[in-house]
Design a protein around this ligand. Structure first.
Ligand code: SAM
Length: 262
């Protein structure tokens, strides 16, 4: 029976054979990889991945799609919202001694919450390959100083090395989305700085709250309120500050934070 795409689950199914082959090539699955696919849908990526790996774990929220996928003995199907999946436990269950490989053509309506959810499990991950809205990928990989550099760039780049992999046009999907798509590779940094992600997130949110203004009008008052007594050049716009500087500032704030009841 033909599946009718559900908008609420961000269902745009890949059907273009060369796009599918290019994505699977970029993932480069190797036997023994502990691979998890988020949102397998009708299996466009799952099938070629399975051919190379023999076994793939998939997380699918749509009950009808999950039921179809269960017919394939090569798949371990987790019927769930991926935001509820404990990847720490999953990594244990899968015996992923070399880290999980996580892939997916993500539902665009929840792609950012999924990225933030996975951030908490980065220590269990070898790499992630995701297809997302092209604009989002551009923000994820943007360097300080560029117009796409944003909160998302900082919040992901302190933890992962990012690579823009390839573009995929709307014609490669059914139904075709209204936006262009791109694939990104995210590799957790082995020597990621020791920072409190909540602190960093608060700081970056304030810094980027009025991205066209100098930070002395936004971050300045907030730093005062937090009892910050160090030096930080606020005569800049948020997008001119490097990831390392944000991380450094968050670290200093945490030290000040110990002195201050929160
Ligand atoms: N991988 C398939 C492909 O490339 O053709 C489908 C991709 S489609 C853009 C997104 C998939 O994610 C759908 O199968 C959808 O049901 C599933 N999905 C949506 N929200 C989800 C969630 N919160 N947790 C798990 N899967 C979800």
């Amino acid at each position: 029976m033909k599946h009718i795409a559900r908008k609420r689950f961000g269902q745009n199914f890949l059907h273009d054979a060369s796009a599918i082959a290019a994505i699977v090539d970029a993932i480069a699955p190797k036997p023994g990889d502990a691979l998890v696919e988020i949102g397998p849908g009708l299996g466009a990526l799952t099938r070629p991945l399975c051919e190379q790996l023999g076994r793939v774990t998939v997380v699918e929220i749509d009950r009808d799609l999950a039921a179809r996928l269960r017919n394939d003995p090569q798949l371990q199907v987790i019927e769930s919202d991926v935001l509820r999946v404990d990847f720490e436990q999953l990594s244990e269950d899968m015996g992923a001694i070399n880290g999980l490989r996580i892939v997916g053509n993500l539902p665009y309506n929840v792609s950012t919450p999924i990225l933030f959810h996975l951030l908490g499990f980065a220590h269990r991950v070898r790499d992630q390959h995701f297809m997302l809205q092209k604009e989002v990928v551009q923000r994820m990989v943007a360097s300080a100083g560029s117009s796409e550099f944003s909160r998302l760039s900082v919040m992901l780049q302190w933890r992962y090395a990012m690579e823009y992999v390839l573009d995929v046009g709307p014609e490669c999907f059914d139904p075709a989305p209204r936006v262009n798509s791109a694939v990104v590779r995210m590799t957790p940094l082995t020597a990621a700085p020791d920072v409190n992600p909540k602190r960093l997130s608060e700081l970056v949110q304030v810094a980027f709250s009025q991205r066209r203004k100098l930070m002395r009008n936004t971050l300045g008052p907030w730093l005062d309120q937090e009892g910050f007594s160090g030096t930080f050049d606020l005569q800049r716009r948020a997008q001119e500050v490097s990831v390392a500087e944000y991380v450094g500032l968050a670290g200093q704030l945490d030290t000040t934070g110990d002195l201050k009841p929160r």
